[in-house]
Design a protein around this ligand. Structure first.
Ligand code: SF4
Length: 218
């Protein structure tokens, strides 16, 4: 379906491609938006779509234009392929939501750095929310976190796709440091024990949440 992420994702017409520049946690800047708009006009890109991963896809690019589009955008590729962290989505949290009980954007940024540097066994998606309403959808992501006044809750093994699954709560009432340490420890356990390309929505029920907690001394 794709030559490489930078080469673009071949579309249904089998002629044009989509590319996805990097956006962390859906946070945009005027410069980013101006760059997208200017490039889309210059190359007559017909579709600009916000994706479910809080990114912006430019769709309908001619193959011969792809490298020039990247050159003009001067942005990193934001569409990871294969076994790795695919994205960390986040609700606005304390930056912009009156209901927030914790800073989801800061947590999401730290998780992006932490998990982005780990050699994960399979595609991994993360959702972070600033309160129990969970607008960041952590219960249906491979790893989810949400904030309460008493601290962070960590969820593992959720999925929103064909094999939909509500994740299991791994631990609650954690400080930011404790939550990040636990995610790291759990990711190391996942790396050491997963089958080839085993997503967390399969790994967690296979091992069992009680056993995972035991292994992590929870
Ligand atoms: S999860 Fe809570 S803090 Fe985040 S946007 Fe929704 S209501 Fe606001």
């Amino acid at each position: 379906m794709t030559d490489t992420a930078r080469g673009g994702i071949l579309q249904r017409d089998k002629e044009t491609y989509a590319i996805v520049p990097k956006v962390s946690m859906g946070l945009l800047t005027p410069e980013y938006l101006e760059g997208i708009a200017k490039t889309a006009r210059k190359y007559n890109i017909p579709v600009i779509k916000i994706t479910s991963a809080q990114r912006i896809a430019l769709v309908g690019i001619k193959k011969e234009d792809i490298e020039n589009v990247w050159h003009d955008l001067n942005m990193e590729v934001g569409y990871p392929v294969g076994a790795c962290l695919h994205y960390v989505q986040s609700c606005p949290g304390t930056e912009a939501c009156r209901l927030a009980q914790n800073n989801s954007l800061t947590m999401a940024q730290k998780l992006d750095e932490l998990l982005g540097n780990m050699d994960l066994p399979a595609k991994t998606k993360v959702g972070v929310s600033g309160c129990p309403l969970n607008c960041g959808e952590g219960f249906v992501r491979d790893i989810g976190l949400f904030g309460k006044k008493t601290g962070w809750t960590v969820i593992i093994g959720g999925n929103s796709g064909l094999n939909a699954r509500v994740g299991d709560v791994l631990a609650e009432n954690l400080s930011e440091e404790e939550a990040l340490n636990l995610v790291k420890k759990f990711a190391e356990f996942y790396i050491a024990n997963a089958k080839n390309r085993e997503r967390l929505y399969r790994f967690v029920p296979r091992i069992g949440i009680a056993e995972i907690k035991r292994e992590l001394n929870l």
